[in-house]
Design a protein around this ligand. Structure first.
Ligand code: MRU
Length: 348
């Protein structure tokens, strides 16, 4: 299953809003269509958003005026700003766009730059696949034999275009016999857990139980899990972690019940230019997502609703941050820059 792929001169993506009941691929032939797919969560998950945006820039290059380099670059800058505005929290988005723009400025003609941008987008995609596998190896090694774990949202192949981050660790640990059972939260309001993680785990045959988000306390209090593993959309320099709303309460529960709380993310999710979680922009989405369940209205029509898509887990609740370069432990101000700079991935 590949949630995204480039074909000749356009992008093909799996429409994640229709899963698990319908597996429908759609195509994007313009960067505006890519932006729309990201905004609507047809393509989602921090790493996949970055990859999609990179391919979106390849489409922008194909659409751009092919005469003067200056006009070509101006068109690309406009496309990058447009794509960057789709979802503010996942830093992989601006990271991928910056990488593509840096690549574009290295060339003298639009033709050369267009070919190089597509090659760079494919490299970003391939590197994510490689990073996922490395990260999964590091993460699986942390889990005891026969562990039961809890996870939140979807961090699998659907979210990265590769093996997955937190869910990649879970998959690998299950294959190694370390994990025997997974508790997955449904992840309101858009049910990425119930629809997407459940779908991925079922395909692999991993024994799992779906729970409502509010049942995580029962799972922890009864000692049903030995670890919590989640992904991230942005990790600040001090180790504060922005991830799907509901992650912070899960981390508090883990602390209370002495359950290790692991965050898994590629180094492209670490934002060294961001000093702490309070500086991370948190996307707020439409009230309608809260007032409906899969499109069906559940709340009174005129009611107000607050819909932050992410929350910030303070670093002191995070046991370790697992990346493709290794495992960072507190104090994160020291361990994260060391890891990130290994590959020159520092932002800013
Ligand atoms: O709103 P989404 O579905 O894009 O949110 C996804 C998450 O919060 C994931 O945990 C995060 O992006 C990491 S994906 C490997």
């Amino acid at each position: 299953m590949r949630p995204i792929r480039w074909e000749a001169d356009h992008l093909i993506f799996l429409d994640q809003t229709l899963l698990p009941h319908e597996e429908r691929y759609a195509e994007a032939t313009s960067y505006h269509q890519v932006a729309e797919a990201i905004r609507r969560l047809q393509v989602r998950g921090a790493p996949l958003i970055g990859i999609a945006a990179a391919y979106g820039m390849a489409l922008a290059a194909l659409e751009a005026p092919q005469g003067e380099m200056e006009k070509f670059l101006a068109h690309l800058e406009e496309a990058a700003a447009y794509l960057a505005a789709t979802r503010p929290t996942a830093v992989n988005l601006t990271w991928a766009l910056a990488r593509i723009m840096k690549c574009a400025y290295r060339y003298r003609t639009p033709q050369e730059a267009t070919a190089a941008i597509l090659a760079e987008a494919k490299t970003i995609h391939r590197q994510q696949e490689e990073a996922d596998l490395e990260l999964a190896r590091f993460g699986a090694s942390l889990l005891p034999q026969g562990a039961r774990v809890i996870t939140h949202c979807n961090t699998g192949a659907l979210a990265t275009g590769g093996y997955g981050t937190a869910l990649g660790i879970i998959k690998m640990a299950w294959e190694e016999g370390r994990i025997t059972h997974v508790y997955l939260t449904e992840t309101r309001p858009l049910l990425q857990g119930a629809r997407l993680t459940a779908w991925e785990l079922e395909q692999l045959g991993v024994p799992s139980s779906l729970i409502v988000d509010g049942a995580a306390g029962v799972v922890m209090a009864r000692g049903l899990v030995q670890a919590a593993i989640v992904g991230a959309d942005r990790i600040a320099c001090n180790g504060d972690v922005a991830n799907k709303v509901g992650t912070y309460p899960l981390a508090l529960l883990a602390k209370e019940h002495n359950v290790p709380f692991y965050v898994a993310a590629p180094t492209s999710t670490i934002d060294l230019a961001c000093p702490s979680g309070s500086q991370i922009p948190i996307e707020e989405r439409s009230a309608e997502e809260v007032k409906r369940v899969m499109g069906i209205p559940t709340a009174p029509k005129g009611l107000d609703a607050f819909n932050p898509a992410f929350d910030v887990t303070p670093a002191h609740l995070v046991t370790a941050i697992i990346t493709e370069k290794g495992i960072a432990r507190p104090p994160y101000q020291k361990s994260l820059p060391t890891l990130a700079e290994l590959e020159g991935v520092a932002h800013g």
